[in-house]
Design a protein around this ligand. Structure first.
Ligand SMILES: Nc1ccn([C@@H]2O[C@@H]3COP(=O)(O)O[C@H]3[C@H]2O)c(=O)n1
Ligand SMILES: [Zn+2]
Ligand SMILES: [Zn+2]
Length: 249
């Protein structure tokens, strides 16, 4: 499994694109979140929306779904096919009613299903997204009363979908679930109200820090290079072989 971040920036970053990723398995590409900057970021890497097998969504903040209107319109009017949208079952209605309907709907009968092959995913069970890639949605805390999901891929790779610091969850993922690689959102400055902050992540034991790669950071990230304990920053646009990340690099 290879992963290439389209961006590693926080919602307000300007030096980095939105924290969205391309996961590639056997030549098939899954887009993981599609934020405001995703259309341009894909283009800069030489991809079009038509090169994607499917898109998977963590939650409905604009840095994670703000590019879906263009994705839907391009697939309908430029490429003439409906893309697969994997999304938590609890987010299907909010995504349409609160985010996409205003731009996409042209007549009252149109729904999200007219633009996407919607695959609602219950949390807590494994789903095959494409051959060789499975996911379990893990509910994580981000904004009170708004559903949000982190992703456990192939049983060993945990990708946080914007979450507050939760040391117990990270510890149990490693000691009970066998997680080997963790991509975690990281707000560089305290307090981490809706994200994990770097000072909080630095309190984790070495055995966890060794597995953690930091993403979703602010524009002053260069000032923090060398100040992340045993954790490492993930770079945007660089491609990583996930199986080879732990304890290497
Ligand atoms: N209660 C909230 C809600 C939002 N925010 C900021 O807005 C951003 C939305 O995208 P995000 O990546 O979840 O990060 C959120 C916070 O920076 C915040 O700081 N506090
Ligand atoms: Zn975000
Ligand atoms: Zn968010």
């Amino acid at each position: 499994m290879r992963i290439q971040m389209l961006g590693t920036g926080s919602a307000f970053a300007k030096a980095f694109n939105n924290n969205n990723a391309l996961i590639t398995v056997d030549g098939r590409r899954l887009l993981l979140d599609c934020g405001i900057t995703a259309p341009r970021a894909l283009h800069e890497l030489g991809y079009s929306f038509n090169d994607l097998h499917a898109v998977l969504i963590t939650h409905i903040h604009a840095d994670h779904i703000g590019g879906l209107e263009e994705f839907a319109f391009q697939m309908k009017f430029v490429y003439g096919r409906k893309p697969i949208l994997y999304i938590a079952d609890t987010l299907v209605a909010p995504l349409w009613e609160h985010s996409l309907k205003g731009g996409l709907q042209q007549d009252e009968a149109e729904t999200l299903h007219d633009f996407f092959e919607v695959r609602p995913l219950p949390a807590g069970v494994s789903h095959e997204l494409l051959p060789g890639l499975s996911v379990e949605l893990v509910p994580t805390r981000h904004i009170p009363n708004k559903p949000n999901y982190s992703m456990l891929f192939n049983g060993f790779f945990f990708y946080s979908g914007d979450t507050v610091f939760d040391a117990d969850l990270l510890q149990s993922l490693v000691s009970e679930r066998g997680v080997r690689v963790i991509f975690h959102d990281c707000q560089l400055h305290s307090p981490g109200v809706v994200h994990a902050s770097l000072p909080q992540l630095l309190t984790l034991p070495d055995e966890l820090q060794d597995r953690i790669y930091l993403m979703h950071y602010g524009d002053d990230q260069p000032e923090f290079i060398g100040r992340t304990g045993r954790m490492k920053f993930i770079s945007q646009q660089k491609e990583y072989e996930v199986e080879r990340l732990t304890f290497s690099e």
